[in-house]
Design a binder for this molecule. Sequence first.
Ligand SMILES: *Cc1c(COP(=O)(O)O)cnc(C)c1O
Length: 396
Amino acid sequence: MEISTRAKKLEPSVTLAAAAKANALKAEGQDILSLTVGEPDFTTPKNIQQAAIQAIENGKASYYTPSAGIKELREAVVKYIKTFYQLSYQSKNVIITDGAKFALYLLFQAVLNPNDEVLIPVPYWVSYGEQVKLAEGVPVFISCTQENEFKVTVEQLEAAKTDKTKLLILNSPSNPTGMIYSEAELRKIGEWAVLNDILIVSDDIYGRLVYNGATFTPIATLSEAIQKQTIIINGVSKSYAMTGWRIGYAVGDETIISAMNDIASQSTSNPTAVSQYAAVEALIGEQDTVETMRVAFEERLNKIYPMFAALPGFKLEKPHGAFYLFPNIKETLNMCGYTDVTKWVDDLLTEAHVALVTGAGFGAPEHVRISYATDLATLEEAVKRIAAFIEKKSVN
Ligand SMILES: *Cc1c(COP(=O)(O)O)cnc(C)c1O
């Protein structure tokens, strides 16, 4: 049986593939340092674990839930957005999904018709373009420069806009670059989107993970008109160390949320019940652990940034959020005699036993992505190995 054209055209996630490769080598007993996958290395805070255990023991976790999520969790999201965004929504504006990734998927399925265009600033998170294609939309990639911290400008958006443009995806703080849009930049973009009736998809998943005094401004907070024009995508994975629980959410226009829910009801039925009860505690329970984890990431960033920035040929600004470094390594590739970053990353893994992710999957083939959501000792050892690898290759 031949597989579908749709499945054949799909690029599998490069980050998950890189992590899988690193894990396979580890399983063979090799000493691999993996800086690949984008997930906190902390375990889920105890209070959240306890809430899950309780939901299992009292039987609540045994049953299907409404496809848009349990009432308690949708209300917790409303409360959370009120607290952290100072924005008012009702439960009918909220859908709980199997991770923020599936919130995005449902959104594209719910709003895109064939050939509708979606503006995606480059570098982008690996799944945006592929999910748009799965919904028969057309990803329109806009190259952003390192000089402008990889941020898209209204001029670039205006140049990329056509009468088919329907959505704009923003991700601040950004995976992979760690850069954050300022309030002024977002205001201009938001006003442009309102003027052109383009829906803003605001992927706020790293909003709580900002460092060294940087602030996260959610675009939806900038005016009532911009709020109406925005669908907020968020989740508990990154802020609460809950990637395995698979709980995300979307907040915005009731008609869109309702269409997303119809699709969810015919596909996943509902996100896992036990995870939903855990997520209620995450969002409205004690928040101190979020700050503890944030501080740990900040300390690591401050420690390892200068070390990676000093690697021969590595060119990178210091990120302000998320947990990645995204250096341009064009010069390093030249020094090492490579033209293809993915090949360099492969050889680094097999020869130096350090796993990074190729920038190619993020639309940036001169870059690598380094996750620092791992312990300091691993990061320090990885820097040494990368330096030795570059030296070895440069001599040859
Ligand atoms: C991790 C991530 C997501 C998805 O997270 P879930 O685990 O599916 O909630 C979405 N967007 C970006 C930019 C991410 O890095």
